[in-house]
Ligand binder design. Structure first.
Ligand SMILES: [Zn+2]
Length: 114
């Protein structure tokens, strides 16, 4: 019966955390830990995509206040941790949006459709 109790308690712990609306993020963006080579896959140093616009809320990111998140070996920048969390929840969705916008901005006339 004890295992049932544990499962219940664990379930509570996994429950959705309360979202802080305006959590003051005071992280040192400069501190980037070296990637731990735990995974047997090829370890590639994450590359910062240096996006200046938050892909989630589309706001311009203030210099020095960027919150970063890593996804598939790339580092993306956000204005708040909340946006970074949203991105990590649905990265493919936001990446698709980013690609579409980048393509539209970079090549307004080039029509590369294949
Ligand atoms: Zn944002």
């Amino acid at each position: 019966m004890r295992s049932l109790m544990l499962a219940f308690v664990f379930g509570l712990m996994v429950a959705v955390p309360v979202m802080a609306q305006e959590a003051p993020v005071a992280k040192d963006a400069a501190v980037v830990a070296a990637p731990v080579a735990e995974v047997a896959n090829a370890v590639i140093a994450p590359e910062n995509v240096k996006n200046i616009v938050d892909p989630v809320c589309k706001m311009k990111i203030e210099e020095g206040k960027a919150v970063t998140a890593e996804y598939k070996g790339k580092i993306y920048n956000f204005d708040t941790q909340a946006c970074a969390d949203k991105f990590l929840a649905e990265p493919e969705k936001y990446l698709a949006e980013m690609e579409a916008e980048k393509a539209a901005a970079a090549a307004p006339e080039a029509e590369v459709k294949k």
